[in-house]
Design a protein around this ligand. Sequence first.
Ligand code: HAM
Length: 445
Amino acid sequence: MSDIRTLPGFREFYPEDRAVLGHIMNVWRQSCRRYGFREWESPVLEPLELFTEKSGEEIVRQLFNFEDKGGRQVSLRPEMTPSLARMVGAKANGIPKPIRWFAIGENFRYEKPQKGRLRSFYQLNADLLGEAGPAADAEIMALCADCLLGFGLTQKDFRIRISDRTLWFRYLASLGIPESHAAAVLSVVDKLERGTPSDLLTAMTAALTGTNVDAAHALQAARTFAGTNSLEGLTQLAAGDEAMQNRLQDWKHLLHTLHALGFAECLTIDLTIVRGLAYYTGFVFEAFETGGEARALAGGGRYDTLVKKMHGPDLPAVGFGMGDVTVRDLLEAKQLIPAYADGPDFFVMILGEDARTAALNDIASLRHAGFRVEYNFHDGKFPKLIHAAEVAGARYALIYGGSEVAKGVTKVRSLTDRSEAEVPRTDIIPALRAVLAEGMRAVLP
Ligand code: HAM
């Protein structure tokens, strides 16, 4: 058979790597639970139209879609938000509000694999539904920050850049840009940081086709607005526009709540963020490593119309997604990945077949008591078994030879300092529990 490799952008996780992924998922889960969020899950394979209709162009180009054997058009999920909107929409009346839900799942996007971007990745989703005011946006941004702080990062290590599609829409309206053209203009705004001046002007001209707004003027105004990074600056731009001034009250509420919750240091106002997904309607945000050019750690925002579009009730919603790939890169760079002791608590060394039955009896009791235990399948000499215990990564060996069994004891040996002590087999479970808690001094004479 030829050498069959994994597909580009897909990862295999050997146990050391899977332990790191497990750590990331544990921190996410603990953070979400601290905010009272409950876990949900949905299918990884969905009808294609769930995403073609709900996710927006950029993601649709990246779908892993195909026809199944029953002739259905299906796709692996590129994100979980449309499935969430469908689930909540179907049962919304029976679920107490506000709804605080999180999920951790594998998502698939046919992107060009590169640093921070793969074709399969794990993503935390946390969403709060049923509350329209900025308190909910603040709660979601606070949780996003806490999901990063839970790894031992500090508020100096990342920035949550906050922006607002509502404010953008109102600003574009004040320039005379009709609502029907606003989404196209925002996709030009999305490219402001990367595009050349002439490409941007061409794109803006195309976006404004059918209006009598001057593209060069609109581009300049968009740059000024996108470059405003303080509430005072926004207040100046909003002078004379009542709709914008009203919206700035929501901004004050949002920032005040986040400051009172203790997150002042990791927040910035950044109106260059507009987000590629089609369903966002209000505040949007992305989290980035401070100073780094790296890809986003997390992204989210408010999507007040999606549940209704999924045939549910009118239910306001806000949430975010955080991926494992960029988070892991950052934790590695900051040396914040804990060293996991994956090995057993005890390696039982059976020296001689006469001792095997007694050893197996104790192994079964120890495993039932919750200890992690391995043992040698084949008889071997002492040095070989000590080596096997070390290779397994055990902290302690338990020695079962003919003389120990005859005396009714087992010998506990520390694999770090080689100290040894005998423990009566009748007392083995409490004695070994004490060894794990306090070390060898719990049993040394
Ligand atoms: P998103 O910005 O497309 O939003 O993805 C959120 C995060 O998932 C990104 O910031 C990144 O960490 C990670 N991610 C996305 N694509 C990839 C990839 N190809 N490789 C590695 N990591 C990736 C959403 O998915 C929204 N559904 C989030 C949301 C939930 N909005 C409201 N609720």
